[in-house]
Design a protein around this ligand. Structure first.
Ligand code: ADP
Ligand code: MG
Length: 173
């Protein structure tokens, strides 16, 4: 890459490298440095992907606990009325902390309902109960008159209810 000057040897550093060679050295060094920076970015992204993949795999291996219930309401008779009666609920991990107490709520088919309340008041919990992610120990939740305990949970979540979580809004809009 570097050419030695012809003729008498010169003191180190004086005329040892031509301006062209120096430029080419600097450009090459910069290119290598940029490539290494890019490589570290790619490595970071790959590592994040790898970790996310492992987490997804972990979720795919989970076995559902609440699998009881076989009823599938025929498509032509399904309306979508939801009726919550005297529902009390606390999360299994915090049994001493009641989230819903004697809740009665009717959501008529075709209507739009907004649940408003301060953070932690139980709005998401109601959405979870309607998806049958938990079965309340007291009270009943019915879909078109059928108790959710009897409804096939895969059918309920796969064909009846669609959920868009709060965290997805940046991606959607
Ligand atoms: N998975 C959970 N395990 C234990 N407690 C929970 C869980 N999810 C929510 N909670 C608690 O239940 C209460 C209601 O929460 P949540 O339904 O998420 O409220 P909101 O959606 O209205 O902000 C809060 O006190 C919250 O800390
Ligand atoms: Mg919430």
């Amino acid at each position: 890459m570097f050419s030695a000057p012809a003729g008498n040897p010169t003191p180190l550093g004086v005329g040892a490298i031509s301006p062209g060679d120096l430029m080419s050295f600097l450009v090459s060094a910069q290119t290598i440095q940029r490539s290494l920076t890019q490589l570290s970015l790619v490595f970071g992204t790959a590592l994040r992907g790898w970790t996310a993949g492992a987490r997804i795999h972990e979720f795919l291996q989970l076995q559902p606990r609440n699998t009881s219930g076989t009823v599938r309401i025929p498509y032509h008779t399904l309306e979508g009325n939801i009726e919550m009666r005297d529902v009390s609920f606390s999360y299994p991990t915090r049994s001493g902390h009641p989230v819903l107490v004697h809740l009665n709520l009717d959501i008529k088919a075709g209507s739009t309902m907004a649940l408003c309340g301060p953070s932690g008041s139980g709005k998401s919990t109601i959405a979870s109960l309607i998806q049958r992610l938990y079965i309340p120990p007291q009270g009943s939740i019915k879909l078109d008159g059928v108790d959710l305990r009897e409804v096939n949970p895969c059918w309920l979540r796969g064909k009846v209810i669609g959920v868009i979580s709060q965290g997805a809004k940046q991606t959607l809009f």
